[in-house]
Design a binder for this molecule. Structure first.
Ligand SMILES: Cc1cc2nc3c(=O)[nH]c(=O)nc-3n(C[C@H](O)[C@H](O)[C@H](O)COP(=O)(O)OP(=O)(O)OC[C@H]3O[C@@H](n4cnc5c(N)ncnc54)[C@H](O)[C@@H]3O)c2cc1C
Length: 399
């Protein structure tokens, strides 16, 4: 993997400054550099801190990283695998041959940052003050360095602190919407008959959305998605005694594929759904999780973050730079982009609906639950390729 080459200048002047070097920030920087636009990427750390999130993506997401010129670097740290079995209502209902990729998020982001062209000013430091306006943006770092730009891109992920400095705020509209856990299994991928697996929950009572198993290196990695609170006993038990908790929740797994045995730590993360408010401001745009978060159960978070970066840097910024000024009215074209709006709306809708179909007691959702259950029970009698129909919101299995 290439080293991340950090700029040492005390004053940097660029067309575009990006705060936050996650998937969205690195992709936007790569896209802009390919177009000859001067860009500074400001990261809080030299290397992305170890963090459990987005460990599996599909070809469509890799294609967007490719478009930024960073695909080869990302692939070098991903484990590629071909095929995913989907188990619902007691049956394997689909054996999808598609290629997917498993990897550690921090390692992937670092590889992308390491592959950015030398022309990208990569700055590591803590942004202390942000001044934005219709013509020029100014950032001061804690160590006194400064960055001037015509446009500021906030790709600061879940952190609210930097958004506040840019005059934005967060609205958490569904706290503890779901909970996810990542861990390795003690058995290697070769011990299982599938290349990767999505094992969906059986109904509202198990509170399981799904468990997905896929290879990362020589290990079988597990990402578990449940509708649980971080404070309930079950969550504590998952941390303290994962083998017993998992096998009790999924007794059929043991019968079909043997014991679920965990190796190493279980990383548990509660998930909130949030939107960023006051985004229409002079000189600054928000992308990826800094714009809005979705439920990882839907597998749309990375897709949405990368899509934001690609359409912003490919379709909007080059146009904006052709004329003077960066007024809020000019930047509104990004938030109004039909490709962005459609993706965001779909991700938000299925984030909310995937929960409603399990727990909402209104007649509408009872009916959809019934349709989904009936469809699922008899799905194996239908022609191949109909695994996702019925009342269930359509989720990507590459979550
Ligand atoms: C537990 C979990 C599991 C997930 N699983 C999936 C999944 O399976 N599939 C999927 O598609 N999506 C998943 N997601 C969502 C996905 O991870 C995100 O949508 C995506 O990573 C967002 O990328 P981003 O670049 O917008 O933000 P991030 O990757 O969070 O990047 C933001 C960056 O900004 C930096 N930063 C913040 N403040 C500052 C500052 N002041 N100065 C400098 N830098 C700063 C941060 O350190 C970070 O590096 C998951 C999310 C979580 C939390």
């Amino acid at each position: 993997m290439s080293e991340i080459v950090v700029a040492a200048e005390t004053e940097t002047a660029v067309d575009v400054a990006i705060i936050g070097a996650g998937a969205a920030g690195a992709t936007a920087a790569g896209m802009l550099a390919k177009r000859g636009i001067s860009v500074a990427l400001i990261a809080s750390h030299h290397r992305h801190p170890p963090e459990y999130r987005a460990e599996k993506i599909g070809e469509a997401q890799i294609a967007m990283i490719d478009e930024a010129g960073l695909g080869a670097a990302a692939r070098s740290v991903f484990t590629a695998f071909d095929g995913c079995w989907l188990r619902r209502f007691g049956h394997i209902v689909e054996r999808d041959p598609k290629r997917e990729y498993g990897g550690d998020y921090g390692a992937v982001v670092d590889a992308m940052r390491g592959a950015l062209p030398a022309g990208v000013a990569q700055i590591v430091g803590r942004v202390e003050t942000i001044e934005t306006g219709p013509d020029q943006q100014f950032l001061r770092l804690a160590d006194g360095r400064s960055v001037r730009s015509r446009l500021l891109v906030m790709s600061t992920g879940l952190s609210e602190a930097a958004l506040k400095k840019a005059g934005m705020s967060r609205d958490v509209y569904s706290r503890h919407h779901s909970l996810t856990a990542g861990f390795d299994l003690s058995r290697p991928p070769s011990d299982f008959p599938f290349p990767s697996l999505v094992w969906a929950g059986d109904g509202p009572s198990d509170k399981l959305a799904y468990l997905t198993l896929f290879p990362i290196g020589n290990a079988m990695r597990a990402n578990l998605f449940v509708y649980r609170s971080p404070f309930e006993d079950w969550t504590r038990e998952l941390r303290d005694d994962p083998n017993r908790t998992l096998n009790e929740m999924m007794p059929a797994f043991r019968r079909e594929y043997g014991e679920l045995a965990v190796s190493g730590p279980v990383m548990i993360r509660p998930i909130d759904l949030a939107r960023t408010l006051d985004i229409e401001r002079d000189g600054v745009v928000a992308v990826g999780d800094a714009f809005m978060t979705v439920c990882p159960i839907t597998g749309t978070g990375m897709d949405k973050a990368l899509n934001d970066a690609v359409i912003l840097a490919r379709d909007h910024i080059p146009e904006w730079l052709k004329t003077p000024g960066m007024s809020a009215a000019k930047l509104a074209s990004f938030y109004a982009d039909p490709a962005k709006r459609a993706r965001d709306a779909n991700a938000e809708k299925i984030s909310v609906e995937s929960r409603s179909i399990r727990f909402d007691q209104s007649p509408r959702w009872r009916l959809r639950r019934l349709r989904s259950t009936l469809f699922g029970r008899f799905r194996h009698l239908l022609p191949h390729g109909h695994a996702h129909a019925g009342g269930e919101p359509h989720m990507r299995s590459s979550a």
